[in-house]
Design a protein around this ligand. Structure first.
Ligand code: UD1
Length: 420
C-alpha cells in the first residue's frame, strides 16, 4: 500500500523547507514500511531565475520536480490565479491523498485554495477532497499589509494538519479557533536543512572569491539582504536606508546579495552610486572605494557560509531571522514586527524597522557588544521533517484502519524528542 503525497514549491524560501521533507520521505521509504510514500514534487515557477531557483535544487540535492507550472511573475492576483489554474489540472491528474504546502508565499496560498476546492470520485464511488498540510503554520506578524500575512491566515484557515515551529504559532492558531488535534508542534524544517548542510557549506569558496579571507582567516564583514515591498518599492524609503548602510560600510565591508525586485528598484531610482558593482566582469578592488558591495543572489551553500562567518546580518527576510538564531550570528531586522518572536526571545534578533538612526545605533551596539549564544529554540534540532512524516503516516494509517507500521518510531529515531 502507499500514500500519495504531493508537495508544492514555488519561491526561494520554499526550497530549503521542502528539501528537509524530501529527505525525511526518502529516509522513511528506505526503511521499507507496509505503507510507502509516493511523493510528487510540483514547482509552480513563481521564482524562475537560475540564481533564485535552479541553484537551490543543485545545492540542496532536491529531486527534479515531477511537474513545473512555469507561472513566472505578475501582480499578486495574476500570479495567484495562474498558479490556481495550473495546479487544479495537476491535482485532477495526480489525485493525491494529501498536499503539503510550506511557508507563506503566493504559491502556498494558491495551492491551498485549490486543494480544498477540488473534489473527485474515488474507485469506491466516494467524493474525495485531499488533505491539506501546512508546514510552518500559525506564524503571525499581525500586519495585514504584508502579503505573506494574508497568505498565512488563509492557508491556516483551510488546513487539515498544521505543523508549527514555535509556541507563539500554537497560541495564535488556538486563538483563531483551530482545533488542537490539528496542531502539531514539530520544530523547524528550515533548521533541519541548515544543520544538514552546514559542514558541506564550509567547502564554499565564497569568502575567498569576495576577498574576505586572508592568511589570518576570515576578515570582519557584515551582510545585507533587502527585498520586502515596504522597504524597497518606495524610492524615498530605499534611498534613506541606503544612506544608513553606506555609513555602516565605512566600519565594516557590507556584502549585499540583491533580490531581483530590489535590483530593479535600484536601477529605476538610479541609486547605483551607493554600490561597488560586482555584476561587472572586472569589479574594482573593494578597498579603493567605500561602498556597499552589490552581488547577484547567492546559492544556498555560499550564503550559508557567508552568513555563518559574518559579524552581523542586516535583513528584512523571515527565514534569515531563524537561521542567524541557530548560527548565533547577530541579526538586525529591518522591520517593525516579526512573525517569528522566538528569534527575539531565544535568539539573536533585534527589530529596528527602516529608520536610519535606529539602524546605525543598533549596528554600533552589536559590533561593540559581546556575542551572545543563546540555546536553540525548542525542537529546532534537525528532526522536524521526520516528525512531520511520522505524524502524517500515523494519521493516514489510522484513517485506513491499518496497524501502525512496526518500529516506525525507532527507525525514525525521534520518539524521545517528540513533544506530543
Ligand atoms: C516572494 C515572496 C516572499 C519571499 C520572497 C523571497 C510572495 C507574496 N512573496 O517575494 O514572501 O520572502 O519571495 O524571495 O510570494 N523576480 C525575478 N526572478 C525570479 C523571481 C522574481 O526577476 O526568479 C522579480 C520579478 O521582477 C518579480 C519580482 O522579482 O516581479 C517579485 O517576485 P515575486 O515572486 O512576485 O515576489 P518576491 O518579492 O520574490
Amino acid at each position: 500500500m502507499s500514500i500519495k503525497i504531493l508537495s508544492v514549491v514555488g519561491a526561494r524560501p520554499n526550497f530549503m523547507k521542502i528539501a528537509a521533507v524530501c529527505e525525511a520521505i526518502r529516509e522513511y521509504n528506505a526503511s521499507s514500511k507496509p505503507l510507502l510514500i509516493d511523493h510528487v514534487l510540483v514547482h509552480t515557477g513563481q521564482h524562475y531565475d537560475t540564481n533564485m531557483s535552479d541553484m537551490f535544487f543543485n545545492d540542496l540535492e532536491l529531486p527534479t520536480p515531477n511537474l513545473f507550472l512555469g507561472v513566472g511573475s505578475g501582480s499578486h492576483s495574476i500570479q495567484t490565479a495562474k498558479i490556481m489554474e495550473g495546479f487544479e489540472k495537476v491535482l485532477l491528474a495526480e489525485k493525491p491523498d494529501m498536499v503539503i504546502v510550506v511557508g507563506d508565499v503566493n504559491s502556498t496560498v494558491a495551492c491551498a485554495l485549490v486543494t480544498k476546492k477540488t473534489c473527485w470520485t474515488t474507485q469506491t464511488e466516494r467524493d474525495f477532497i485531499p488533505k491539506l498540510v501546512h508546514v510552518e503554520a500559525g506564524l503571525r506578524s499581525f500586519d495585514r499589509t504584508m502579503p505573506e500575512e494574508v497568505n498565512r491566515i488563509v492557508t491556516d484557515a483551510l488546513s487539515d494538519v498544521l505543523f508549527t515551529t514555535e509556541e507563539s504559532a500554537n497560541e495564535n492558531l488556538k486563538r483563531e479557533g483551530v482545533s488542537e488535534d490539528k496542531i502539531h508542534f514539530v520544530g523547524n524544517v528550515m533548521i533541519d536543512t541548515l544543520l544538514r548542510y552546514r559542514t558541506k557549506a564550509k567547502e564554499s569558496t565564497i569568502l575567498k572569491d569576495l576577498q574576505l579571507y586572508d592568511n589570518d582567516g576570515p576578515k570582519p564583514y557584515a551582510i545585507l539582504t533587502l527585498h520586502r515591498p515596504a522597504n524597497v518599492d518606495d524610492h524615498g524609503t530605499l534611498s534613506k536606508m541606503l544612506d544608513a548602510f553606506l555609513q555602516i560600510s565605512r566600519d565594516l565591508p557590507l556584502v549585499f546579495p540583491a533580490h531581483p525586485r530590489t535590483l530593479k528598484q535600484i536601477q529605476e531610482a538610479d541609486l547605483g552610486d551607493y554600490f561597488v558593482d560586482h555584476f561587472l566582469d572586472r569589479p574594482e578592488p573593494w578597498d579603493s572605494r567605500v561602498r556597499i558591495r552589490l552581488l547577484p543572489p547567492l546559492g544556498y551553500l555560499d550564503f550559508l557560509e557567508l552568513m555563518s562567518l559574518a559579524q552581523v546580518v542586516l535583513t528584512d527576510s523571515g527565514g534569515i531571522q531563524e537561521e542567524t538564531t541557530i548560527l548565533g550570528v547577530p541579526c538586525i531586522t529591518l522591520r517593525d514586527n516579526t512573525e517569528r518572536p522566538v528569534t527575539l526571545t531565544h535568539g539573536t534578533n533585534v527589530l529596528v524597522g527602516s529608520d536610519c538612526k535606529k539602524i546605525i545605533e543598533e549596528f554600533g551596539r552589536v559590533v561593540q557588544g559581546q556575542r551572545q549564544t543563546p540555546p536553540a529554540p525548542q525542537l529546532w534540532d534537525g528532526n522536524a521533517a521526520r516528525r512531520i512524516i511520522r505524524t502524517l503516516v500515523e494519521e493516514e494509517t489510522r484513517s485506513v484502519g491499518l496497524p501502525l507500521p512496526s518500529g516506525a518510531e525507532t527507525i525514525l529515531g525521534i520518539d524521545s524528542q517528540h513533544p506530543d
